[in-house]
Design a protein around this ligand. Structure first.
Ligand code: BGC
Length: 270
């Protein structure tokens, strides 16, 4: 077994939106690196329970718990349960996110509000509880150099404007400055705060954009590296970013997008 495979040993991670897609892969990757994992979900328990079973079958520790990240009381209950079971939290991956797409002129206030509530307010509420727990517990240098690590799941759309998705793009732009401002404020406490900016990863959130071969082809035109990402691509990034190998990284978004941010349209244009 590689030395780095247990680089999160003795640590506790909480991953929101971990019943499917990127969150599930992140939960599995953190557990494989040795962390005990709180697997949060908001809808049906089946996906989260499957993640927990996989982790336990591989010899790891995990439990699942429902909480709507946009509800303060539910977020607080999620952290309280995790601390009660595992003693503390060292790593938060604020991953839960949704899309509710509509043309700008047709977008309802409810669509706008729901996406901002989950994607942005949800990250605020989870990160605040995590930081409070890190400060309460204090440094544990034998376990990790940082007192705590917060990873905000962002998107290439914290940078790339996205017609038909203004609520989503606005939420991710907000996540970027939430992340950087928290990083600035918490650095003195040795709390690292970073983002991950996935591109197009094959998950339920973008299933509709990959329905037909034509759609896949048009998606691939946006990805210089020539493949749609897999959830595991992001899981690996999260496990590394949470580890001491990344101890000097704070306030940064790490993009894992197959080059989407290279503006491939300019390869021959401009
Ligand atoms: C969105 C996906 C989209 C990808 C690239 C992600 O943040 O959730 O639906 O495929 O960005 O545009």
């Amino acid at each position: 077994m590689a030395v780095t495979s247990q680089r999160l040993a003795h640590q506790v991670a909480l991953v929101t939106g971990a019943s499917s897609g990127i969150g599930a892969a992140v939960a599995r990757a953190l557990a494989a690196a040795g962390a005990a994992v709180a697997v949060n979900y908001s809808g049906h328990p089946e996906g989260a329970d499957a993640v927990v079973r996989d982790i336990e079958a591989a010899g790891g520790r995990a439990f699942s718990m429902r909480a709507d990240v946009s509800r303060e009381d539910e977020v607080q209950a999620l952290f309280a349960e995790t601390v009660q079971r595992y003693g503390t939290v060292h790593i938060l991956v604020a991953n839960a996110g949704i899309q509710q797409d509509a043309k700008f002129v047709d977008m309802t206030l409810a669509q706008w509000q729901k996406v901002l509530d989950v994607n942005l307010t949800g990250q605020f509420l989870c990160a605040r509880e995590a930081a409070r727990e890190f400060l309460r517990r204090g440094p544990q240098p034998d376990i990790s150099k940082a007192t705590g690590k917060i990873i905000c799941m962002s998107s290439v759309h914290e940078v790339i404007p996205w017609a038909g998705h203004v609520n989503y793009a606005a939420s991710k732009g907000g996540v970027m400055l939430l992340m950087k401002s928290m990083a600035q404020e918490l650095a003195a406490h040795r709390i690292r705060v970073n983002g991950i900016g996935p591109g197009a990863i094959a998950t339920p959130i973008n299933e509709e954009a990959r329905d037909t071969p034509e759609e896949v082809e048009s998606l691939l035109r946006l990805i210089p590296y020539g493949r749609v990402g897999q959830p595991e691509d992001i899981g690996q990034v999260a496990a590394w970013l949470a580890s001491d190998e990344a101890d000097y990284i704070t306030g940064t978004t790490l993009f894992a997008d197959g080059g989407m941010l290279l503006y491939p349209g300019f390869e021959s244009g401009g």
